[in-house]
Ligand binder design. Structure first.
Ligand code: DGL
Length: 278
């Protein structure tokens, strides 16, 4: 990446999601890279992405990516399966020299971990409908049977911060019923929001189903690429920005992740997309 940093800028690792889901990736990044400056954007005003058009998701991802680069990001982590499915290709085309790590349902590790070859995937409707997800299945499913379960409304409920509400339990029961009926032995959380409600999912799927996520592997890949950039040592710090209400995000982070020392700010640099919600 040849874009020079201004004298007051420090190189950072930029992370984004439609909202709070990418915090599950950020949590792993903080664990694995405590000395790396991190900047996280939650595009809360436009969440959820999972029921939006591919063009909308791509335009938001490019705008947020640019914002992160303008603020010193020299590696981007797309902490959102939906944005990865629809926008990572366009992002890599726009910034060919910039390392970009995506988040995708871990079909390959799930196939390796499954005992019975019956695997459920919980993900947003946009992820499941994407050509990239279908290609992932074609490449890695092999002889395993994959039961893809779109979860409209689930990320929205998680965004409210009510992580144990009756509405959430009711929706989970509906979404997990087809997977239980299919007799899956393994379920993949194919949306970064879902590990925030892992205990509820475990309760719904029962003790014989193993629940897998990809966040630690994403952070591991980011750590490997960051090390290769050979940047000067810096002090770890976290900047959190949201296109929604900063106080709400701060409260969420404190309650759900226990990070008492972090305060979110309002995202001001992203230009409007001009696209209306679909
Ligand atoms: N957290 C996101 C994902 O991993 C998207 C949820 C949404 O905005 O619909 O897909």
């Amino acid at each position: 990446m040849n874009i020079a940093l201004s004298p007051d800028q420090v190189a950072c690792l930029g992370v984004f999601d439609s909202g709070v889901g990418g915090l599950t990736v950020l949590r792993e990044l903080r664990r694995q890279l405590p000395a790396v400056p991190l900047r996280y954007v939650a595009d809360t005003a436009h969440a959820p992405y999972g029921q939006r058009s591919s063009a909308f998701i791509t335009e938001r991802s490019l705008a947020i990516g640019q914002h992160l680069i303008d603020h010193g990001a020299r590696l981007l982590v797309v902490a959102c399966n939906t944005a990865t499915a629809h926008a990572i290709h366009a992002m890599r085309q726009r910034w060919p020299g910039l390392p970009i790590v995506g988040t995708e349902p871990g079909i390959k590790p799930a196939v390796a971990a499954s005992h019975g070859g019956r695997i459920g995937v919980l993900a947003t409707p946009a992820t499941i409908a994407s050509a990239r997800y279908q290609a992932l299945l074609a490449r890695h499913a092999g002889a395993a049977q994959i039961f893809s379960q779109p979860c409209p409304g689930l990320a929205d409920l998680i965004e409210t911060g009510e992580l144990e509400s009756a509405a959430l339990r009711e929706l989970l029961a509906t979404l997990c019923a087809p997977l239980r009926a299919a007799g899956v032995d393994t379920v993949l959380m194919g949306c970064t929001h879902y590990p925030l409600i892992q205990p509820l999912l475990e309760a719904e799927l029962g003790p014989t189903v193993q629940l897998l996520n990809i966040e630690a592997a994403v952070a591991q890949q980011a750590a490997r690429l960051w090390a290769g950039l050979d940047l000067p040592a810096a002090a770890g710090r976290l900047d959190l920005e949201t296109s929604g209400d900063p106080e709400e995000l701060t409260r969420f982070v404190q309650r759900a992740l226990g990070w008492q020392d972090v305060g979110a700010e309002r995202l001001t640099m992203v230009p409007r997309t001009g696209l209306e919600p679909v």
